[in-house]
Design a binder for this molecule. Structure first.
Ligand code: APR
Length: 197
């Protein structure tokens, strides 16, 4: 197995779970969070709002993850994680970002999921330097795949060609050569069977 890199819109993937780069309120936002809520429909926001608050305005602390259904998405579930806001690298940003990947994979395993797709968590509004974030994404997902059976399909989704290349080279530095061309349909993701709820 390899970590797959795919360029495109994560909301189109028919995987067991897509990961959302959310904020601590889990009440939606811009970027990939906005795209996921638009594609999933209003039931997603309702389920997020019903999740317990740990303190006012915080349903999911930074570095942690919460699961919901996927509703109108082709993905069955959404795992909402909250990446760190980049400051100067001295505020545990790397550890918190690593937690986003690792804890999402732990939750996916616990839920019995076999395929999961990640956006570039923290690399938009939250300002995490792309090369450093890609190294963390590659390190965590490869370490998971090398030590666990499921989820066996792990896809790093790049929204643009520059991110795609950075992911490929991050994986290459860790011993995995890249061979999936950008812009092509994700080759290993099956269409969602019609019988799925
Ligand atoms: N599919 C895949 N990737 C996407 C998509 C999409 N449809 N839309 C955006 N992206 C990419 C961005 O290009 C970026 O590389 O997702 C990455 C993460 O960017 P953001 O969505 O801005 O996430 P983040 O930096 O973690 O900031 C989170 O933004 O919208 C708010 O509620 C969210 O407050 C939270 C903050």
């Amino acid at each position: 197995m390899k970590i797959e890199v795919w360029q495109g819109d994560i909301t189109t993937l028919a995987v067991d779970a897509i990961v959302n780069a959310a904020n601590e309120s889990l009440l939606g936002g811009g970027g990939v969070d906005g795209a996921i809520h638009r594609a999933a429909g209003p039931q997603l926001l309702a389920e997020c709002a019903a999740l317990p608050e740990l303190r006012p305005g915080v349903r999911c602390p930074t570095g942690e993850v919460r699961a919901t259904a996927g509703y109108n998405l082709p993905a069955r579930h959404v795992l909402h994680t909250v990446g760190p806001v980049w400051n100067d690298g001295t505020r545990a940003e790397a550890e918190l970002l690593a937690n986003c990947y690792w804890k999402s994979l732990q939750l996916a395993e616990k839920m019995g999921l076999r395929s999961i797709a990640f956006p570039a968590i923290s690399c938009g509004v939250f300002g995490y330097p792309l090369h450093q974030a890609a190294q963390i994404a590659a390190t965590e997902t490869l370490a998971w795949q090398r030590s666990h059976r499921e989820p066996q399909r792990i896809i790093l989704v790049a929204y643009n060609a520059a991110t795609f290349k950075v992911y490929q080279s991050a994986l290459a530095t860790l011993g995995q050569p890249g061979d999936v061309a950008p812009g092509l349909p994700c080759p290993t993701v099956e269409p969602r069977p019609a019988w799925l709820p």
